[in-house]
Design a protein around this ligand. Sequence first.
Ligand SMILES: [Ca+2]
Length: 84
Amino acid sequence: MKPLEPERKVLLTCDITCVDIDECATNNGGCHAGATCTNNPGGFDCTCPTGYEGDGFTCTGYYFVIIWMLIAYFAQTQLFLGIT
Ligand SMILES: [Ca+2]
């Protein structure tokens, strides 16, 4: 049986009453800290917060990385030109 994927439609057939588990109720569903966990029937979704990218379980703040790359670049340029 394939694992459930976000946005994948599934048809559930049960011999007993099916009760959806709210995965988000425990440990934010295992999503990344700060990510939004959305419960849905048969699964759940993790969404990275604004300014971050990833699959929801791992989120990287690309704004943060870009800013530090720019700072490193200008710091290196100033050292190269002899500007302190
Ligand atoms: Ca669920």
